[in-house]
Design a protein around this ligand. Structure first.
Ligand SMILES: Nc1ncnc2c1ncn2[C@@H]1O[C@H](COP(=O)(O)OP(=O)(O)O)[C@@H](O)[C@H]1O
Ligand SMILES: CCCC(=O)OP(=O)(O)O
Length: 355
């Protein structure tokens, strides 16, 4: 009998869900959330019931009996830094997702919703390769302030899945290649994969990468300090300016890159400047990551929702194609990667990791 899994992947701008029987996709769906729709929630965890209801309503519309699932798998969130792998959603892990030990992000909801549904129907719940997978080298961690080391918070699940897919397509092993992988989603990350390890990353939460649809990055620290102490904003308000309300949202009032491309088509010069700046900053991250492997980059891979836009890929190729060829993998491979992580554990091929 095939193992039937429900996969739940909350991102900053969407909730993706999928149903697999073993490795075979039965169906998937992306439920998108506008900036306005999420604006009423003070904390990310407040969105749990709203997103869970959308998932259950969708399954009910599709006439899927939730009791038919053998396992529920969620995208893992801002836990403590941990090695990659499949983790059971234990009480301790759930507690850290709720607190958000490294901050608030939609992925904190993945494990929580998976656990709730899993408990309701009496099946196990897991997370796989959460956003806090940390393979940084020692020298990559130093920021200049010992209390504030650089961190590894990004899209390891999709970055590794896409990198493995590229390697397979080339008839090579992931562990034999040097790859730069850019994930262009609600958050944006740019990792350098040195023979199968992501040894440095401009992360989606690190503060040092390029801005994204809903986040600021690379802020001059002194102006940030001024903003924090000017007396106008609470800690939560400043955080929201950077995470959630930053990037495209701050400049253009939308997190939807498709809408921005439409505005550019319609002759909006400001929208074009913002998009050009986004690509310019991303390419600077790519070039810096090339230095980590002394220029020996086999390929640059671009993935995530914004990679659907051919003009973005062309612009990246134009700026950094001299480093290595560029291949686009629009969307993400996360849903299958989540299903496979659970299957490996349920088939006894891999041990479940302890958090
Ligand atoms: N076909 C497309 N062309 C251009 N941008 C797209 C397309 N589809 C989605 N996007 C953009 O990709 C971003 C979301 O990417 P996605 O990887 O789905 O993010 P997340 O998982 O973080 O919610 C949004 O800005 C969205 O507008
Ligand atoms: C928390 C890092 C991962 C991330 O930014 O994911 P989204 O792009 O889905 O927001």
């Amino acid at each position: 009998m095939a193992i039937k899994s429900l996969i739940i992947n909350p991102g900053s701008t969407s909730t993706k869900l999928a149903v697999f029987e073993d490795e075979t996709l039965v169906f998937d769906e992306t439920l998108r959330h506008s900036t306005q729709e999420l604006a009423g929630f003070e904390h990310i965890f407040d969105q749990k019931d709203f997103r869970k209801k959308m998932i259950l309503d969708f399954l009910s519309e599709k006439k899927v009996d939730i009791h038919s699932f053998d396992v529920v798998v969620g995208r893992g969130g801002l836990l403590k830094p941990i090695p990659g792998g499949t983790y059971a959603v234990t009480d301790a892990l759930l507690a850290d997702l709720k607190i958000g030990v490294q901050g608030e992000h939609a992925s904190n909801l993945g494990g929580a919703i998976a656990r709730e549904i899993g408990d309701e129907i009496g099946v196990p719940s897991y997370i796989v390769d959460p956003v806090v997978v940390d393979e940084l080298t020692d020298i990559a961690r130093l920021s200049g302030v010992p209390e504030c080391p650089r961190v590894s918070i990004f899209h390891p699940l999709n970055q590794k899945a896409v990198a493995r897919r590229y390697a397979k397509e080339q008839g090579k092993k992931y562990e034999d290649l040097n790859l730069i992988v850019c994930h262009l989603g609600g958050g944006v990350s740019c990792g350098i994969h040195d023979h199968g390890r992501i040894v440095d990353v401009y992360g989606a939460f690190n503060g040092d990468g390029c801005f994204s649809p809903e986040r600021a990055n690379g802020l001059p620290p002194l102006s940030l300090i001024k903003l924090c102490f000017c007396g106008k904003y609470s800690q939560q308000e400043v955080t929201k300016k950077i995470i959630g309300g930053g990037g495209f949202n701050a400049y253009l009032g939308t997190n939807d890159a498709r809408e921005i491309f439409q505005r550019i088509e319609n002759g909006d010069d400001y929208a074009k400047t913002v998009m050009d700046a986004f690509i310019y900053q991303l390419c600077k991250n790519i070039a810096a990551n090339a230095s980590v492997v002394k220029g020996r980059v086999d390929q640059i891979l671009v993935t995530g929702g914004i990679a659907y836009q051919p003009k973005v890929i062309e612009a990246i190729r134009d700026r950094v194609g001299w480093i290595a060829p560029v291949t686009a993998y629009p969307g993400e491979e996360e849903m299958l990667a989540l299903a496979q992580g659970a299957l490996r554990v349920m088939r006894g091929e891999e041990k479940v990791q302890e958090y």
